[in-house]
Design a protein around this ligand. Structure first.
Ligand code: DSN
Length: 419
């Protein structure tokens, strides 16, 4: 996209934007929650719709001049419903955290109890962490993964649900590499008469294409971001059965947000259209195949993966209590141009700023067209760096390989369906 005006008016911001574009292009982006949106998504995000106030919903706005943004939001809602097989979509949440807050507002009163996955076991900040509003305003009980195999033990979740009697159960994670059994969560919620909320932010693209089972048949509300495996603009989305549509809409606006970001909603509509195209299914299948290949190769090199592998786009490497810290690994990989994030692992004893693991994802590299051969090469380079993080000769050589590979795969393949 042309940035001539920005260059002339604000050279400092222009320079930083271009430096970031170069960073994304020249490095290997392996943060599991990131991806590269298409040009069409970027154009919609950068459009004149940013100027428009449109509190309310299509056809029922508090401002004039909404006839065009009504079209946009109508399309976004209809496409989201088609994509996920949902009755109702609210496309206004500014982010995943806002979507979760709105879901809590719709279904809980302050002081109610809910059951969510513990952050250090792969859950999310907004699922009841004491530093987040979800942990401050509600009583929270947490479930984790089994120490022996890193998997959720649904019998333990059931026992906890029976003894804690939560009003709502949250299923969903930001660092769980395996398939989530939404049917089991649904059964547990029914048994204890709780509502089921699913936060599918990480796996939304996989769910949209049937690569991961859908939570829609089991959940009272499903929240997600739109920018991870779904590859849209940065934002949130809530899906719900028709009976809860009004409660959710009111919890978003006026409950917890003001004016919707219509430019981002336009970009969400574009991303949903892209995700409905057959090419997107091929993409998500490749994302998972790539994650499996990356994980297998890392294990060949002697690394331990939480749960012994992956069913998704995500891998969690556990260096162990006496091993490299996640912070050291993140820094060493950054020096060769591989971007990852340090991550707590189940049973973590180091601080969240240090950690004993790293989280890897294949969504962004797969968007560049990389496949299994590239994943195997990258795993080998990572192993060399992580086994000798202070060896400048090794780092220099791997940095050169990373540059060569990045140069061979364009950052943004066009994904917009024709017709
Ligand atoms: N920060 C996101 C992630 O990296 O998983 C979740 O909000």
């Amino acid at each position: 996209m042309s940035t001539d005006h920005l260059r002339r008016f604000d050279p400092e911001i222009h320079q930083a934007v271009h430096a970031e574009e170069a960073r994304q292009r020249d490095q290997l982006e392996m943060i599991a929650s990131e991806n590269f949106a298409s040009r069409a998504v970027l154009e919609a995000t950068g459009s004149a719709l940013t100027n428009k106030y449109a509190e309310g919903l299509p056809g029922r706005r508090y401002y004039g001049g909404c006839e065009h943004v009504d079209v946009v939001e109508g399309l976004a809602r209809a496409r989201a419903c088609t994509l996920f097989g949902a009755d109702h979509a609210n496309v206004q949440p500014h982010s995943g955290a806002q979507a979760n807050l709105a879901a809590f507002l719709a279904f809980l009163q302050p002081g109610d109890r809910f059951l969510g996955m513990q952050l250090s076991h792969g859950g999310h900040l907004t699922h009841g962490s004491p530093v987040n509003v979800s942990g401050k305003w509600f009583r929270v009980s947490s479930y984790g993964v089994r120490e022996s195999d890193g998997l959720i033990d649904y019998d333990i979740v059931r026992e906890q649900a029976r003894s804690e009697c939560p009003r709502l159960i949250v299923a969903g994670a930001s660092a769980y590499p395996r398939t989530l059994d939404f049917a089991a969560f649904g059964e547990i919620a029914r048994e204890v008469d709780a509502l089921l909320m699913v936060d599918m932010a990480h796996i939304a693209g996989l769910v949209a294409t049937g690569v991961h089972p859908s939570p829609i048949p089991y959940a009272h509300v499903v929240t997600t971001t739109t920018h991870k495996t779904l590859r849209g603009p940065r934002g949130g989305l809530i899906l719900t059965p028709a009976e809860h549509a009004r409660a959710i809409d009111r919890a978003v606006f006026p409950g917890s947000q003001g004016g919707p970001m219509m430019h981002v909603i336009a970009a969400k509509a574009v991303a949903f259209r892209e995700a409905l195209a057959p090419e997107f299914s091929l993409y998500t299948r490749q994302v998972v195949a790539n994650a499996r290949a990356l994980g297998d190769e890392l294990m060949e090199h002697g690394f331990r993966l939480v749960s012994g592998g992956t069913d998704t786009h995500l891998i969690l490497v556990d260096f162990g209590q006496d091993g490299l810290s996640g912070a050291q690994a993140e820094a060493a990989l950054a020096r060769v141009g591989i971007t990852v994030n340090k991550n707590t692992v189940p049973g973590e004893y180091r601080s969240p700023l240090v950690t004993s693991g790293i989280r890897l994802g294949t969504s962004a590299l797969t968007s560049r067209g990389m496949g299994i051969d590239e994943m195997r090469l990258i795993a080998g380079w990572m192993a060399r760096v992580l086994l000798r993080p202070e060896d400048d000769e090794v780092l220099g050589e791997v940095r050169g390989r990373v540059r060569e590979m990045s140069a061979s795969f364009p950052l943004r393949k066009e994904t917009v369906p024709v017709g």
